[in-house]
Design a binder for this molecule. Sequence first.
Ligand code: PLP
Length: 413
Amino acid sequence: MKENDVMGFLNEIGGKFPKAISFASGRPDNRFFKLKESLTLLLELLENDTSSTGDMATLVGQYNRAQGIIQESLKKYYKTDYNWEVNEKDILITVGAQEAMALAIQVICENGKYAVAFEDPSYIGFSKYANLTGVEGVNIPMDATNTLDLNHLEEQLKIQFEKGKPIKLVNIIPDFQNPTGALMPLEKRKKILELAEEFDFYLFEDNAYGIFQYEGERLPFVKQLDTSNRVIYVESFSKSLFPSIRMASVICPTEMTDENGVSYLKRMVEFKGYVTVNTSTLNQMILSEILKSSNYSLREYNKLKVQDLRSKRDALIGALQENASSLDYALSWSTPHGGFFLIVKTPFEITQEDVLTAASEFNVIFSPLHFFATNPIDIKSIRLAFSELSPEKLVQGVNNLITFLNHKSHERK
Ligand SMILES: Cc1ncc(COP(=O)(O)O)c(C=O)c1O
């Protein structure tokens, strides 16, 4: 399947097989959306406005600064949850992480003068945007820890430099990566910063799942280790609030500049002004009111969601342990300490046709890992997204999956 069909396939297959239990989509569980509560906060803000000129209505309803208007609240959030001092002037508020990817690739790669690199497999929003706009993309495979292979990255940095198309931006998802669910080790976070200095590139740190850590020590974001302005940090609020908020916070210090001394942040704001004008002020105010009402802690706000994800992960692993012995080969799987995804290693490749067979005959849907890879050779694992399913469905889904794998294994003999 072509890379550009993946999103559509994953979104549509559930609708085509409504009886099947779907591990395909990494959507957040809507039981935690708190929509009415969020809108009530906004309503109260408007009702409490005592000005005769409707100042709050102007603030909420009007066009506004392209860079965004809730930097002060976000600064307090980073201080509260991560004890991290962020400068308000360095924050840009975008329409989801997707817009941030587009803006960063646009301003750093200078219309294809430079290439981008990304983990393979990875969230395809980044590589796909580069591909659509004619920016060369270099895929970097994972090593045994299921995180970026830095030796391979180093090799590619040299090759691309010699080719006259240096890699200028590298996409990483260090916290509970999509699709592998892996956490990038601390040593690797430090090493990649050294490489960025040595080979003069920037990192796009995509954090959509870091807040959903259910156990273990929290590792610093790569941006928190960055002493030489090499990282653009991007945090999506699609999973920590709800996807329709369409918002992300970008931290890109104004000191990060191109070779002519022009600030990347300034350039991104300039571009944004001609793409989305500004991120919906209505939505920015909802986020800001949510932050205020939760004492600026999104970790606290997401506490129940994190507990829920942990019990889902436990139910999933419990069911795998219970059922895997019925197979005539050893099945292995990852144990994620956060996020929405777990991967199961299979002894054979699972094709798109297998996915359709599993959905239509065995009532289970999942995503082979090669769906998320630009170089799908020899990837024999599947991704199970467990964020949206109840523990009962997870158990039933694993039963169905094991029955399918048994069928596939016998068929191959
Ligand atoms: C790693 C990663 N980054 C970004 C996104 C999308 O973020 P947004 O909805 O803010 O555009 C996703 C969505 O699944 C994701 O998995």
